[in-house]
Design a protein around this ligand. Structure first.
Ligand SMILES: [Zn+2]
Length: 339
């Protein structure tokens, strides 16, 4: 889709920028008329034409913002998101761009990102009551979702001890850090743990949200391909596999430990003498044979999440129609995926 847009752009990109800009404005006007009539599909078509005709140096944020508004009207939130991203890029001091994007982010349940956008909007419009109220609404929504999840916990057939542990330590987690576990992995893989960390110590740390069934180390593992792509470093650190009895404990464990540094646990970077932060992934246990050695089939659930974002890398980036949830980035990456 973006390819054809580019072609159109090049095609119309002659020296007559002015003429093209007038055409763009003309189509945008038709778009406005259609939107007022409630004909949002036509409006989207016209705004797309306006965007195609618009010379690059005259690119106008309002075309994107208006198209986003029409897409919102039709509940195509994940299509509207890239348009608002573009609008923010083109007009980074306009409160409207942030406010409208925050509405989409709220719908997509990215509450923290929505909150960031509202903060930006308030910077430019400090007295706006609508933005302030929206901000309060999001905080309340976030808390409600978390309570709902707490309720849902009861349906996961956890043993009493695990349930109790999660309940006691629930407050340590921020809702937006909790990854979804769409394949119900019962284990985790942890990187950047020091070679000589005693198993007993690991067990103490990682049973915060449920009892550990088994811990094992793997030596001599290099994930160069992945590391090069993401952090520009190679890792010869062993991974630790920690197996639990249920798929919920891994979710909370990841939410709590992801990116944290503990001096007695973490590996020291020889070069800059700093501790490396923990990196956690979901992993199958020895009992989960069906998840062990090959890519699981795409989840049968109705998830809208991007498989590639969750495993290795999504080349579509913000143009991807599927959700890229921040706490789920690379979360399902397995060692065998990098061989
Ligand atoms: Zn994607």
């Amino acid at each position: 889709m973006s390819d054809t847009n580019n072609n159109n752009n090049n095609h119309h990109h002659h020296n007559n920028n002015n003429k093209n800009f007038k055409l763009a404005v003309h189509f945008a006007q038709l778009g406005n008329d259609s939107a007022i009539e409630g004909d949002f599909i036509d409006a989207v078509k016209y705004y797309s034409k306006a965007i195609d005709y618009c010379p690059e140096n005259h690119c106008y944020f309002g075309f994107y913002l208006n198209r986003a508004l029409c897409l919102i009207k039709m509940d195509f939130f994940y299509l509207a998101l890239p348009d608002t991203n573009q609008a923010v890029r083109l007009s980074s001091k306009n409160y409207k761009c942030y406010y409208i994007r925050s509405r989409i982010l709220r719908k997509l349940k990215h509450y923290e990102l929505a909150q960031n956008d509202l903060k930006m909007a308030l910077n430019f419009r400090p007295t706006c009551k609508i933005i302030r109220e929206e901000s309060e609404r999001i905080i309340e929504r976030n808390e409600r979702e978390f309570r709902l999840f707490n309720e849902k916990l009861k349906t996961y057939n956890l043993n009493d001890k695990t349930y109790y542990k999660i309940k006691v330590n629930f407050h340590l987690i921020k809702a937006q850090d909790l990854p979804t576990n769409i394949w119900n992995y019962n284990g985790i893989r942890v990187e950047n743990i020091r070679f000589d960390a005693p198993i007993k110590l690991l067990k103490e740390y990682f049973s915060l949200f449920g009892n550990v069934e088994h811990i094992k180390r793997t030596y001599g593992y290099h994930n160069d391909k992945y590391q090069n792509q993401n952090q520009n470093q190679s890792s010869s650190s062993p991974s630790i596999f920690i197996y639990y009895y249920n798929p919920v404990t891994p979710m909370f464990t990841i939410a709590y430990f992801q990116g944290k540094i503990f001096e007695e646990l973490c590996r020291l970077d020889e070069q800059n003498q700093q501790y490396k932060s923990l990196r956690l992934y979901f992993a199958p246990t020895d009992h989960q044979i069906e998840l062990k050695y090959h890519r699981p089939n795409h989840p049968s659930t109705t998830t809208q999440e991007c498989y590639f974002w969750r495993t290795t890398f999504c080349h579509l980036k913000e143009r991807c129609p599927k959700f890229h949830l921040q706490p789920c980035k690379n979360i399902d990456a397995q060692i065998w995926m990098f061989k």
